[in-house]
Design a protein around this ligand. Structure first.
Ligand code: KG4
Ligand code: ZN
Length: 349
């Protein structure tokens, strides 16, 4: 079985070809064209610019991904149809609709967050072989737009336990990097600076740690960093490193605390990270330590699958197919619309 997937929800144009015999997932192609260099000078993603770039890139990327393996060797298509930037989503959706309708191929609309969850299946063979052993699993989705704690009881069976009430975890990294004039995107930059800093130098707040629920908030932490910066007249390299390390420590502590608090109430067999922030080394180390101490299995996506990519969309679509979910076919393909705020818990198709 071969799946062609398209992802264009934000500032990455991505196409993947995934082959599977049901026992393993094999990536024949996984192309990601990142627009980061273009958006960097604006300090964040400019939706209009992102859409134009998707338009320029998507067809050449499709050509180079498909190569000689023509569409008649594809069993079905998948496309990210939300959540994301409407103009960016539209590009991928329109291309997928055109391909699916003209080639009479079924099309699965995939939720971007569900795609991030399935980056774990792409990264861990054991999960593909023995997934039933690991359910229910608790998944922390941490990206530039979302921070959600999700209980997954099976394919397509999600219960959201909590989410951020304001900024997403990745967004807070991006904003702090901006305050410190370190560039965009902030996550990897801050984590690099943090390596040279003292994480106890600043005692930043751990927002909502006592809220007795599974929700998050990162905007107060952002403000606390801003105040600390304003107080300092001159800021040297060591200050930047200390602020980065102390900030990262605060974010990681909150993420760990809330996730492992949920385990006390919900019996889970595995913990997973998903989304761009899953690339964070400290986060992975702390999750590993804590999971080991509780004898829980911990899965995380390999670096190449933690950021936005189409392979994770193809993997999610494969499981939709395996679970006999209905894809869009025929004229229905043309009615697919971007769902900018698509909630994962409404994901049952
Ligand atoms: O999942 P993703 O690629 O895009 C969205 O769906 O939003 O996540 C991007 C986010 C950005 O906010 C970026 O700063 C963050 O992931 N990120 C990191 C790291 N690498 C990327 N955050 C913390 N530490 C990292 N190493
Ligand atoms: Zn993403």
């Amino acid at each position: 079985m071969r799946i062609l997937a398209i992802e264009s929800s934000c500032d990455e144009t991505a196409i993947a070809l995934l082959k599977t015999d049901g026992r393993s997932l094999f990536l024949e192609k996984n192309q990601v064209y990142s627009q980061i260099n273009i958006h960097r000078k604006f300090g964040g993603v400019v939706p209009e610019v992102a859409a134009r770039k998707h338009l320029e890139t998507i067809i050449p990327l499709l050509d180079s991904s498909l190569g000689r393996s023509k569409l008649d060797k594809i069993d079905f298509l998948a496309v990210t149809s939300g959540p994301g930037l409407i103009t960016s989503l539209l590009l991928g959706i329109t291309v997928a609709q055109t391909l699916a309708y003209t080639s009479q191929l079924p099309l699965y609309p995939i939720n971007h967050l569900e795609g991030h969850i399935y980056s774990n299946w792409l990264s861990n063979k054991e999960l593909v072989k023995n997934e039933k052993k690991y359910w229910p699993a608790l998944i922390l989705v941490v990206s530039g737009g979302h921070t959600e704690l999700i209980l997954m009881k099976g394919h397509g069976d999600y219960q959201r336990l909590g989410q951020t009430l304001d900024d997403a975890a990745g967004e807070s990294f991006d904003k702090i990097a901006k305050f410190l004039s370190l560039g965009y995107p902030g996550g990897s930059i801050i984590s690099q600076w943090a390596k040279k800093g003292n994480s106890a130098a600043y005692n930043f707040p751990r927002p909502m740690i006592d809220s007795h629920d599974y929700n998050f908030s990162f905007s107060g932490l952002k403000t606390a960093v801003l105040y600390a910066l304003e107080k300092k007249k001159n800021i040297n390299q060591q200050d930047i490193a200390d602020i980065a390390a102390s900030f990262q420590q605060a974010v990681v502590e909150v993420l760990i605390f809330k996730t492992f608090q949920a385990i006390q109430q919900h019996k889970v067999k595995a913990i997973m990270l998903a989304g761009g922030v899953a690339a964070n080394q400290l986060l992975k180390e702390k999750f590993q330590q804590k999971s080991d101490s509780l004898n829980l299995l911990f899965f995380y996506p390999r670096q190449r699958f933690s950021g936005d990519n189409a392979a994770m969309i193809a993997a999610a679509a494969y499981y939709h197919h395996q679970q006999n979910r209905k894809p869009l076919q025929g004229i229905k393909i043309l009615s697919l619309q971007p769902q900018v705020n698509w909630q994962l818990i409404e994901n049952r198709i």
